[in-house]
Design a protein around this ligand. Sequence first.
Ligand code: CP
Length: 302
Amino acid sequence: MNNRSLISITDYSKEELLELIKLADYFEHNPEPELLKNKIIATLFFEPSTRTRLSFETAIQRLGGRIIGFTDASTSSVQKGESLRDTITNVSLYADLIVMRSPLEGAARFANEVSHVPIINAGDGANQHPTQCMLDLFSIMKTQGTLENLNIALVGDLKYGRTTHSLVQAMSNFNATFFLVSPNELRLPSSLIQSIKDAHLNYYEMTSLEEAIPLVDVLYMTRIQRERFADPLEYEKVKNSYVLKNYMLDNSKDNLKVMHPLPRVNEISIDVDDNLKAYYFQQALNGVFMREAILAHVLDLK
Ligand code: CP
């Protein structure tokens, strides 16, 4: 088991979160094309991805590292019935670090038990997405100038949304007030509500997006994720619960930023894209700098 691995956002203290934000800012302004020279990074994606995989691979290449891996487990020996244990054990003999995404909750933690090299969790089912969370924190810091005492609305699929799970845990370090906007069927799991209570923070569970918008500094939209529903009819009932349109931002705070981990389906209308409060594409770009920081930190190079 490797202690430098990043499996859950709770692996990092408040001080480490702030140090990584500083390091991401450093990489944004100071390219280091030799830092990962002679390092081989494996990217193993057992579940589809655009931003996480490509921003990791961009970060690795910007730092001079080399990449092995797969984007589709059906092209690997998993297709022949090879176990996750054997796959990770073997790849960890080739690479200096493994970035992995899995549809299975707990897969990254299990991989860390058998790997010879550090593991970075690039999303495990509905559980955690710590590197997304780190780029979200970086984006909030860049746009608000602080992480402290902010009002943040988390909107959409709070039950299965791993990005919101990680973000609630991280922002609980910074005296956030949470506006938890979801259909009743997709409320934040009780364990995370309990963690907000344990941190003595204010939170409001609500179904109305319109009520939350004027109150918040960060409007964090999420997709209702069809792939997480066992019953397609349950998905059909909630799939169009929230659609943010440009006019709905008219009474929002001047400092409001609209964020989204992406991909979006229809929960943010494209007429929001030209609003100066729309930040989701810049947020995705911030992922490159933050993932450079995480790679350097996990490999103990910075
Ligand atoms: N935000 C995020 O995880 O996007 P991808 O699924 O495209 O990697």
